[in-house]
Design a protein around this ligand. Structure first.
Ligand SMILES: [Zn+2]
Length: 247
């Protein structure tokens, strides 16, 4: 009997050690470095090193009413709150990360960035009482090519921190439009009108929903989708994007 107790004590003592050895071996086999600077070796819960996270160009717009993102929608869309988490500039860390996430299939990175968004939104009482997150729908053909909708991945990350549901079945994108680059604001808007369709009105009645996308520039796409969502009665609409680009 005593022997069994001693034996199980030894096993209990050794188990964490085995786990640690296993993790170290995994690190040796699959070195996991910071997605941004590529230097530091990180544990499995982090994709960016502390120094890179500290250097991310945070806007802190989530704390401030009448911030530049809310001003984009003034007179265009009756939003409750709006924020973008990071400034997007050319040849910056954010451009590199966005490229990894959107064009190199790095879904994990998007999930991680979504979690960073969730952590920041959790610190703002302006986003405390929301009911659900809605990813801006992507063209079906683009989603198929990319393998995921980047806005939906961000929503998953936010949801894991805020414990709010992600609703995929409220609004859809009707048809594919021409590429938006090189178009001015008016042209973009004319191009976007009626491109979205509400498919589940009752779900958002009386709810405060947050429309999520990766980048806001002119706000034309978010405005078009938001207008469709606000056709519902008593719905409050807020907007949150990962980046704010003035390019
Ligand atoms: Zn780094």
């Amino acid at each position: 009997m005593n022997f069994i107790v001693i034996f199980s004590d030894i096993i209990n003592y050794l188990m964490p050690l085995f786990a640690e050895i296993k993790n170290s071996l995994l690190h040796l086999a699959f070195p996991h470095v910071c997605e941004s600077c590529g230097t530091d070796i990180l544990d499995n819960n982090h994709l960016l090193c502390l120094s890179c996270v500290a250097n991310m160009p945070v806007t802190n717009f989530h704390l401030h009413p009448n911030n530049p993102i809310e001003k984009i929608f003034w007179g265009r869309l009756a939003i409750t709150h709006a924020t973008s988490q990071y400034y997007f500039t050319k040849e910056s860390m954010m451009q590199h990360l966005m490229h990894q996430f959107k064009y190199s299939g790095n879904r994990e990175l998007g999930l991680y960035l979504g979690k960073l968004m969730g952590e920041m939104l959790a610190n703002s009482n302006r986003f405390l009482h929301i009911d659900a997150l809605i990813p801006l729908p992507l063209f079906a053909s683009k989603e198929k090519k990319r393998g995921y909708n980047q806005a939906a991945v961000l929503c998953e990350g936010i949801s894991s921190v805020l414990n709010k549901p992600v609703w995929y079945d409220v609004v859809k994108r009707k048809t594919s439009t021409e590429t938006q680059t090189r178009k001015g604001r008016v042209e973009r808007w004319a191009n976007m009108e009626n491109r979205f369709q509400l498919i589940n009105t009752h779900k958002i009645e009386g709810k405060h929903i947050v429309l999520v996308d990766d980048v806001v520039t002119t706000g034309a796409t978010l405005e078009a989708c938001g207008k469709e969502l606000l056709k519902t009665e008593n719905t409050l609409l807020s907007v949150a994007t990962l980046c704010f680009s003035t390019l």
